[in-house]
Write a protein that binds this ligand. Structure first.
Ligand code: COA
Length: 165
């Protein structure tokens, strides 16, 4: 439960979240979308939303925080995911927490869930690409022990890496 009494449920993403994810995407600002997807994206197409909701449990893990409301009303407040690289030794993370529920520690909590999943899978490294201007995410990653690599001047992106041994 958040300070304002709002209740959220954490669960793995499901194939039937497609429309919910599309509706929830609309609550993000263009800035948030660029921070999460690294480029502007006007809408989540049904095809992309389907791709984001269908998870191969052997190769990926994705958690959502959903409002505790009737299913047709409930929005997804946050999504955190990891996907294994082809070699099965490293995984890439991505996360977004909705604007209304930021700075409650949810981003940190979800990132810790991703780290735990990767440790259980005995992966070596969890990494993520973060825009250079995205100080909130870099700060969160640093707090969790990620090393922030040098900026790629061409793309304006930094690499955050966490050794999992
Ligand atoms: C980055 C993001 C995931 C953080 O989520 P959150 O739930 O607000 O983060 P938390 O509340 O767990 O914050 C954990 C720590 O991160 C840092 N942090 C988070 N937001 C911050 C901000 N706006 N400014 C400075 N530090 C910030 C702080 O150190 C914070 O600890 P504190 O609140 O005790 O000071 C969220 O802002 C977001 O979704 N942004 C847009 C999408 C995005 O950038 N995704 C990352 C792509 S890789």
């Amino acid at each position: 439960m958040l300070a304002d009494g709002q209740r959220l449920i954490m669960r793995p993403i499901q194939p039937n979240d497609v429309e919910r994810l599309q509706r929830s995407f609309k609550t993000l600002s263009p800035h948030d979308v660029r921070m999460r997807f690294m480029h502007p994206l006007k809408e989540l197409t049904p095809a992309f939303a389907r791709q984001l909701t269908r998870i191969d449990p052997e190769r990926a893990f994705a958690l959502v925080l959903v409002e505790a409301k009737p299913p047709e009303e409930a929005l997804i407040g946050a999504v955190a995911r990891v996907a294994l690289d082809d070699d099965g030794r490293e995984a890439e993370f991505a996360i977004v927490v909705g604007p209304d529920i930021r700075r409650f520690g949810l981003g940190r909590y979800l990132m810790k869930q991703l780290i735990n999943w990767c440790r259980e899978k005995r992966l070596e490294v969890l990494y993520g690409f973060i825009l250079q201007e995205n100080r909130p995410m870099q700060k969160l990653a640093e707090e969790l022990g990620f090393e922030i690599g040098p900026t790629d001047e061409d793309t304006g992106v930094v690499l955050a890496r966490l050794a999992l041994d």
